[in-house]
Design a protein around this ligand. Sequence first.
Ligand code: GRF
Length: 187
Amino acid sequence: MVKKRACVFISGAGTNLKSIINYSRDYNFPININLIISNNKSAKGIYFAKKFSIPHKIINQTRDQFEKIAIKELRNRKIDLICLAGFMKVLTKNFIRNFNGKIVNIHPSLLPKYKGLNTYKRAIEKGDKLFGCTVHYVNEKLDSGKIIIKKRVHIANAETVEKLKKKVQVEEYKAYAIAIRKIYNLN
Ligand code: GRF
């Protein structure tokens, strides 16, 4: 199969990045990771770019500068799909329009519930029994684009943010892979 060319945007630990890289090494997975962009020079995830010899770019400028440089890199490397994975900057409308329908994000909640930050804490405090993660297309409204897939986990009686995050992340890795296959009409 001719693989699509993807870029992953990160800001932190990069465990979703690591998982997507592992999936992408399979011949039958529809994308290769051809670029990694971090807005944070201390992001632990940059390690995976080095480990797997994937080109990476650290852009820790203002948002406008960040986007200008990122757009140039993405065009130069002919990127077809942008996967946001723990990327903590909000992208501008202009950037999103440039890559319309080609940006996806993973969010730790069952959207449309709990958009934004501190989702684990908010769900536990509300007494919810079900939680999870969502992979969705990125549009101009925060955490509001078309949903590709959700994965559920149960919130235990004495749940903590740390434990819940761990449980959700295991599902995130699977959800992102399923979503990427789905984007390219594969099961
Ligand atoms: C993930 O849990 C994701 O839901 C959220 O940020 C976290 C990033 O984790 N958007 P990692 O950097 O992939 O380990």
